[in-house]
Design a protein around this ligand. Structure first.
Ligand code: SF4
Ligand code: FES
Length: 246
């Protein structure tokens, strides 16, 4: 396929960026989206131009480090991560716009790379347990109701990619934060810090400059792991309960 890509190029956080157009002559439908960018970068390197900076690590949809806005949609037109998107989704002659996550709390580092350190700081503010769990315990040592185990697991599949923030018109991190709070809050080991967790994480989320949630739902639609909106209700319930006790 012949593909034209228009990519956001920005030297560093302080410089002004712009969309730059590149042509690719021989894109296989079997390539992943990131492999297509690898091919472009080889082409740019051979031409003596600076390659496009973008993040990736596992390329298997599990680490959460990849993520760009493709034709206006975080991670592109399929419900998956950018690394798991394939060029067969596109057609010969397509023009594809590729931009970094757009959110005040995710400043651009270079080209398509943004600083998602704000997510790490939200986790540091409460996304952990202190119960000594030792080495891998016998699975049935602590009984967890099936429904809670299922919901906790579903929430734990959040990979911290940030697509929810990029999709939200408010730049809100509620889906991410709520997924972490739900994951730990539904398990017995997560109970001792349940109140301090929600208070700390929500405070940090606000401090980082993420917007508020107004129940638009774009976050869950863009989430490659299908984290449901009801985790936000759970966060709000935990927050109300913790504030009442405080
Ligand atoms: S909730 Fe979904 S979109 Fe948001 S960080 Fe987690 S996996 Fe990514
Ligand atoms: S590179 Fe790890 S999820 Fe995409």
């Amino acid at each position: 396929m012949k593909i034209t890509v228009r990519i956001w190029r920005q030297k560093n956080a302080d410089s002004k960026g712009q969309m730059v157009t590149y042509g690719l002559e021989d894109v296989s439908e079997h390539m992943s989206f990131l492999e297509m960018l690898d091919v472009l970068n080889e082409q740019l390197t051979l031409e003596g131009e600076e390659p496009v900076a973008f993040d990736s690590d596992c390329r298997e949809g599990i680490c959460g480090s990849c993520g760009v806005v493709i034709n206006g949609i975080p991670h592109g037109p399929e419900v998956t991560t950018t690394c798991q998107l394939h060029m067969r989704t596109f057609h010969d002659g397509d023009v594809i716009d590729i931009e970094p996550w757009r959110a005040g709390a995710f400043p651009v580092v270079k080209d398509l790379v943004v600083d998602r350190g704000a997510f790490d700081r939200i986790i540091q503010a409460g996304g952990y347990i202190t119960a000594p769990t030792g080495s891998a315990p016998e699975a049935n040592n602590i009984a967890v109701p099936k429904e809670n185990a299922d919901h906790a697991f579903e929430a734990a599949t959040c990979i911290g990619c940030g697509a929810c923030v990029a999709a939200c018109p408010n730049g809100s991190a509620m889906l991410f934060t709520a997924a972490k709070i739900t994951h730990l809050g539904l398990l017995p080991q997560g109970q001792p810090e349940r109140d301090s967790r929600v208070l700390g994480m929500v405070e940090q989320m606000d401090f980082e400059g993420f917007g508020g949630c107004t129940n638009i739902g774009e976050c869950t639609a863009a989430c490659p792991k299908g984290i449901p909106l009801d985790v936000i209700s759970r966060l709000n319930r935990d927050l109300r309960s913790a504030l009442t006790k405080a």
